[in-house]
Design a protein around this ligand. Structure first.
Ligand code: SF4
Ligand code: SF4
Length: 326
């Protein structure tokens, strides 16, 4: 963790008790094809912004007090201007990268020198080809480079009914490298209105036996947390997974309050999972008018269980966790 940078930009990040960040979907291209993901679009190159345009978008949000930018995708490391954009953004705000880790190696890591937080995904080793993400062979490399560049790493595991029994073992393997673990949780509504989550009933928790597995998983995670494993999720998040699966949990949505996402073509979205508004991040003039317009895109009754949104009220607690576990 870059403490000087945190003291410069971090107070806004941790003290507001809200997500202050802006997610930037640099590309929708991806080298993988995870079954639960709809965001991949390998033709998105035609709509992608240039680095100069992304800089304008960053300036516009930074001018309005945003001090954390999250580079995401698709696979953001496929965007050729990533390093230049990251260097530019790091002068104005904290930077995060969410990657499937495929392109992290000794050649690419130096280009991430100005990154503050790295989140990479690590799913099951399922042999049926359902899960493709596997950062396990790269854990030593990721840990070594993150120490060298003072980047705070975390691994995010998507928990499904198919891999739920494997996850504790994955957590143990990642923890050995001093990397904290986030839990993403498979969910869909069966509707077509979302841009990220795909409808994959076979991976979701739907049957009585799925719920039993999930209940056992929750207890295992809580016990492992108490035993000192670096599981970053709050107890509250872990305990409510089954409530969400059974339709008994509703998120207090933080989108546009003040978290935003910018789509690949510069249009602002409430979050990565909701279709974009017509407002461009490059040239909006009135912040509050923009916020009003974008918030109108949130569908009535919208609900999700993404950990970052769930934990948005726990900014300070999350930061403390990161500090204590480095
Ligand atoms: S979840 Fe991530 S790695 Fe998987 S296809 Fe979607 S963008 Fe690519
Ligand atoms: S509830 Fe909010 S954060 Fe979740 S998908 Fe809907 S708009 Fe996005």
């Amino acid at each position: 963790m870059k403490f000087l940078r945190l003291s410069r930009f971090g107070w806004d990040y941790v003290s507001g008790k809200k997500i202050q960040g802006v997610g930037l979907i640099l590309t929708r291209r991806c080298n993988l094809s995870c079954k639960y993901c709809k965001i991949k679009d390998n033709a998105s190159g035609k709509r992608e912004l240039s680095v100069a345009q992304w800089k304008k978008a960053v300036d516009n949000f930074a001018k309005n007090g945003h001090r954390h930018f999250i580079f995401t995708g698709g696979e953001p490391m496929l965007y050729s201007g990533l390093s230049e954009l990251m260097d530019y953004t790091s002068k104005k705000a904290l930077t995060s990268l969410i990657t499937n880790a495929s392109y992290l190696d000794d050649q690419t890591f130096p280009g991430l020198k100005n990154l503050d937080f790295l989140t990479f995904s690590r799913d099951s080793l399922g042999k049926d080809g359902t899960f493709e993400k596997d950062a396990l062979p790269r854990l030593e490399l990721i840990s070594r480079w993150c120490r060298k560049l003072k980047i705070t790493p975390s691994a995010i595991i998507t928990v499904t009914s198919k891999n739920v029994k494997e996850v504790p073992d994955i957590v143990r393997k990642i923890d050995r490298y001093g990397i904290s673990i986030l839990l993403s949780y498979i969910h869909s509504s069966g509707e077509d209105s979302y841009e990220f989550r795909n409808h994959v009933p076979e991976l979701e928790f739907r049957t009585r036996s799925d719920f039993q597995d999930l209940a056992a998983f929750q207890e295992t995670m809580l016990r492992m947390k108490r035993d000192g494993f670096r599981i970053a999720e709050s107890d509250n998040f872990i305990r409510n997974m089954i409530n969400f699966a059974q339709g008994r949990y509703r998120l207090k949505c933080p989108a546009t309050d003040p978290f935003f996402t910018v789509d690949v073509d510069g249009r602002i979205k409430p979050c990565h999972d909701i279709p974009a508004s017509g407002v461009s991040a490059l040239d909006f003039q009135d912040y509050f008018k923009m916020k009003h317009e974008v918030s109108k895109c949130i569908p009535a009754g919208c609900n999700c269980y993404y950990d970052c949104y769930f934990n948005s009220q726990d900014g300070f607690k999350n930061l403390l966790f990161q500090l204590l576990h480095r």
